[in-house]
Design a protein around this ligand. Structure first.
Ligand SMILES: *[C@@H]1O[C@H](CO)[C@@H](O)[C@H](O)[C@H]1NC(C)=O
Ligand SMILES: *[C@@H]1O[C@H](CO)[C@@H](O)[C@H](O)[C@H]1NC(C)=O
Ligand SMILES: *[C@@H]1O[C@H](CO)[C@@H](O)[C@H](O)[C@H]1NC(C)=O
Length: 395
């Protein structure tokens, strides 16, 4: 793994609020002893921190967050699926209540984490949110924002509803080459198909393909087929459905590598990244550049709501080659910092595996020194940003 888990720099030496054991008022002596013990146990780290420690950084200028939507129902079924006719209350591919809650909690986590950076009140000029046009992504963005920006007293507009509307922007899927990256690109598609065929022909997958074909009663000759089946089994299992016996031999363990490979193929190498992730990188580059040049200085936060493949694509485009399975609500956060005295900007990258993580994990950018200067980061990104996407795609 390329990254390290370093959380020492973020902890202030004297935590803001600490709740210890209550002190009984029997006598001063016992009180002193109990207090002494309480302080000691606090020093030994037995205290419960009453809230997540807020982010302490005077150098932070801009944050760009990209997350995956929350838990969903299956998108597809398969031939021998015993739950083919299962009635999902909200239909296929929809965000579940658990999924809504996950993103709400993630919003609250980011609110606590960046308490000293993200303004408490929502102002349009400070935040911009983009989503894939899929309902589950839009809805995830909305519950995330409910957690991130609960209305202040001034912003309450209804006495019973501690929620305020915050705009989420999206383009129809056939026009979106930034968030969901579903806008058709001819050159990319041909290259992707070529790579998919190559990977599918890998003899190491023959056994799993044979096994799955036999038990699903349908042709399973591609990592993409495994990808769909994996997601279906996973979501059925999460819903408490009892999977057929045959799945026990292969799910999740043996299906995991072909599944993750399928997600990775869309942005597998730098050429594919240029077409599939380049437009997003171009946008990120522009936002960082503006901040470095003190343009649009009120804007401190950009948020993207997308899919597992999009998180993987961004991860790969940022130079990581390990296969990744982003959980629901997994997020990447790019931070721009400024060292005013040195007149120097640098980039930090963080990953949260899921919505439960308290402290995000810092990732060391493989193409960059530590700290990674803005110049070096921009230089790398520029190689992956197409000059004219439409023309280069031969659309
Ligand atoms: C498999 O598919 C064939 C042809 O569609 C069908 O006749 C058979 O009943 C199926 N078997 C199972 C176990 O679903
Ligand atoms: C990426 O993979 C595609 C498909 O295999 C190939 O055509 C292209 O040349 C590769 N690019 C690089 C930089 O390896
Ligand atoms: C988070 O994800 C990374 C990458 O897949 C993995 O290496 C790490 O062990 C995960 N951490 C936890 C706590 O699951």
């Amino acid at each position: 793994m390329e990254y390290e888990n370093d959380d020492t720099w973020r902890r202030s030496s004297s935590p803001k609020e600490v709740s210890c054991h209550p002190i009984p008022k029997k006598s001063t002596t016992t009180a002193v002893i109990v207090l002494g013990l309480a302080v000691l146990s606090c020093l030994l780290g037995y205290c419960v921190l009453s809230e997540t420690l807020p982010y302490e950084s005077k150098t932070l200028r801009l944050v760009i967050i990209f997350f995956r939507h929350g838990a969903r129902t299956p998108v597809t079924t398969y031939k021998s699926d015993p739950f083919k006719n299962y009635q999902w209350p909200d239909g296929l591919g929809s965000l579940t209540n658990a999924g809504k809650l996950q993103l709400y909690e993630l919003g609250k986590k980011y609110r606590n984490y960046y308490a000293n950076f993200i303004p408490e009140e929502y102002y349009e000029k400070e935040v911009y949110i983009k989503s894939s046009d899929k309902s589950r992504c839009m809805m995830s963005a909305y519950t995330f924002l409910a957690g991130l920006f609960p209305p202040s007293e001034r912003q309450m507009w209804h006495p019973e509803l501690a929620w305020q509307p915050i705009p989420v922007h999206s383009l129809p899927r056939h026009l979106d080459n930034v968030v969901a990256a579903t806008k058709p690109c001819k050159v990319w598609k041909a290259m992707y198909n070529e790579l998919l065929d190559e990977k599918n022909a890998d003899p190491k997958f023959t056994e799993i393909f044979d096994y799955l074909s036999k038990y699903t009663n349908q042709t399973m000759r591609s990592v993409l087929d495994v990808d769909f089946l994996y997601s279906t089994l996973q979501t059925q299992q999460e819903a408490g459905l009892k999977l057929p016996e045959w799945t026990k031999n292969v799910f999740p363990h043996k299906m995991k590598v072909p599944f993750m490979l399928s997600l990775a193929l869309l942005s597998y190498n730098s050429t594919l990244q240029k077409f599939h992730t380049g437009p997003l990188l171009g946008e990120i580059k522009q936002y960082l550049q503006e901040s470095v040049n003190h343009i649009n200085i009120d804007r401190s936060l950009y948020i993207y709501s997308g899919h597992d493949v999009n998180v993987v694509s961004l991860w790969r485009a940022l130079g990581f080659e390990e296969l990744l399975e982003p959980e629901y609500g997994a997020s990447l956060a790019i931070e721009l910092h400024e060292e005013v005295e040195q007149d120097n900007f640098f980039i930090r990258l963080f990953y949260r595996n899921n919505t439960k993580v308290e402290e995000p994990m810092e990732l060391k950018l493989p193409f960059c020194n530590d700290p990674c200067t803005y110049e070096k980061f921009a230089e790398y990104i520029d190689l992956l940003v197409p000059h004219d996407w439409e023309i280069e795609c031969h659309n």
